[in-house]
Ligand binder design. Structure first.
Ligand code: ATP
Length: 503
């Protein structure tokens, strides 16, 4: 798994997807830049989300709020007082850890042990295997599952400011971060606020403190009435937004999974009080369908219903993805009650209500939130698409099997040789296709090597122009995944490719 992860990181760099930020100065920790292919893939993921959330829903509209917001926003939202990570230092190794992440990682290890037992039994019993029976009767699986549950429950209970000592005790008991040294030499757990502060204004005396937004959600809440009134929106309705968020993550690691600057795709759906749990289920299902439609593999997803819930939520689930380092949160779906709008009413003195003509009453709507990290989705798509394939002739190829709809370049146009008018015809094809599709020209190296290069870059189609093309206006269309090659008319190319890459 570690090797797979290293491959993902180096492949992402080699093919122009992701670079370390300011790399010539040795990079900036946990900040990344998206290269020529990464920028396209990221944009395509955004479009795919936006289209399915906004364009396909008559009752969901978009918003693009500013990153900088009035500082009282973050008082109201609770971020000033409670947006903290519990940190613990190991005095022997002089390393700093996020206490909750340490414990969760440990719980994940136990989960993996249980999964291994199940996989082993499945192999042994074949068709006769009954998973439900196995997991309720096998003593090892029962013990692992119980242990994991207990650890997570203890963690959930002890993450409040008063109980942080319990987290320390838990870490000591589990000896997780430095098992080899058996180290128990930990500092106390301390809460650390994750917001990035900055100043508005030039002179030190008059400047006021601001924060870079740690989530996009609050931009939606403070605009609730603006959008509802000017858009004449009726409940239930949603507001969707894609934008940057900033968190001063302490233990930033795992590549683009946990960054200090990242992007979120969030939708807040406003509903009648009392109807929120119905809508929570609806959005759980709708979001899972969205993920399924990309075909990254159902087995790579799992729901994790929260045992531990934020004080404002009355239901919460994570959609977890099987990243190269195990199952981790990709998207959160939360029933946030009327917490946010009420808090902004209190702090601003402005009413944030909806007059419901059917009920003939005014109320503060309840909210269901779906929140997905764009960069995490990028990593999910990229890492699950990267494959090393053994071919029939004994050779192997690296292929990035991105969903065609998300691929940065849809087709590469390749003249078989660099002469006899083939480059000119290839250019003509590009000039025709470029209005509808992101296409690329490539004439360097033998055709086989060019195919491999496009496979590794994730391009779903190659169009090869040869001498026959000059005579009969046909070309070879090669499919990345099956490597099948078809002779097709140049005039049919656009339709054929668009059928596969449009959404
Ligand atoms: P985690 O527990 O992993 O820190 P979170 O529960 O704090 O995440 P939310 O506040 O629910 O995350 O944010 C919604 C989404 O934003 C997450 O599901 C994740 O995809 C994304 N996200 C959060 N923090 C980061 C980060 N530092 N880097 C990249 N994406 C992030």
């Amino acid at each position: 798994q570690e090797d797979l992860f290293k491959n993902v990181i180096s492949h992402a760099k080699e093919y122009g997807y992701i670079f370390a930020s300011s790399e010539i100065y040795d990079g900036l920790s946990a900040v990344y830049d998206y290269g020529q292919n990464g920028a396209e893939l990221k944009k395509n993921i955004k479009d795919y989300w936006w289209k399915s959330m906004v364009q396909l829903h008559q009752n969901i509209v978009g918003l693009d709020a500013a990153i900088l917001m009035h500082p009282t926003t973050w008082k109201a939202s609770g971020h000033v007082d409670a947006f903290n990570d519990p940190l613990i230092d190991n005095k022997d190794s002089k390393k700093r850890y996020r206490a909750d992440v340490l414990v969760e990682d440990y719980a994940e290890k136990i989960h993996q042990k249980a999964e291994k037992e199940i996989a082993k039994a499945r192999k042994r019993f074949g068709d006769a295997f009954n998973e439900e029976e196995f997991v309720t009767t096998n003593p090892r699986v029962i013990r692992y599952r119980k242990e994991r549950k207990e650890i997570l429950e203890r963690l959930a209970k002890s993450l409040t400011e008063e109980d942080l000592d319990d987290v320390k005790a838990l870490i000591e008991e589990l000896e997780i971060a430095c098992p080899e040294s058996g180290s128990k030499n930990w500092t106390n757990v301390k809460q650390f606020n994750l917001m990035f502060g900055t100043k508005l204004g030039a002179s030190a005396e008059t400047a006021s403190d601001l924060y870079l937004r740690p989530e996009t959600a609050q931009g939606i809440f403070v605009n609730f009435s603006n959008v509802q009134k000017t858009g004449r929106m009726k409940i239930p309705f949603g507001i969707a937004q894609i934008g940057k968020a900033f968190r001063n993550e302490i233990v930033a690691r795992q590549f683009i999974f946990r960054q200090r600057e990242f992007e979120q795709m969030e939708m807040q759906f406003f509903v009648r009080p009392g109807e929120e749990l119905k809508w929570f289920e609806h959005w759980k299902e709708t979001r899972q369908n969205w993920h399924d439609s990309l075909g990254l593999g159902k087995e790579n997803y799992r729901f994790h219903d929260h045992e531990k819930m934020a004080h404002y939520a009355n239901a919460a689930t994570d959609i977890e993805f099987n990243f190269p380092f195990g199952f981790k949160e990709l998207e959160g779906i939360h029933s946030r009650t009327d917490f946010d709008l009420k808090a902004h009413e209190e702090h601003s003195g402005k009413k944030l209500r909806f007059y419901d003509p059917e009920l003939k009453e005014n109320y503060v709507p309840y909210v269901i939130e779906t929140s997905i990290g764009l960069d995490r989705m990028f990593l999910a798509v990229f890492s699950s698409s990267l494959k090393e394939e053994q071919l029939e002739d004994g050779s192997s190829r690296t292929v990035l099997k991105l969903p065609a709809v998300l691929a940065p370049t849809k087709a590469a146009v390749l003249p078989l040789v660099k002469k006899d008018g083939l480059p000119e015809l290839a250019q003509e094809i590009i000039d025709e296709l470029k209005w509808d599709l992101q296409v690329q020209y490539d004439e360097k190296d033998a055709i086989g090597r060019r195919y491999r290069r496009q496979d590794a870059a994730g391009t779903p189609f190659c169009i090869t122009v040869d001498h026959e093309s000059l005579e009969d206006k046909t070309v070879t269309l090669r499919y990345r995944d099956s490597m099948e090659q078809k002779r097709v008319k140049i005039s049919e190319l656009a339709t054929l490719i668009k059928e596969e890459v449009d959404f």
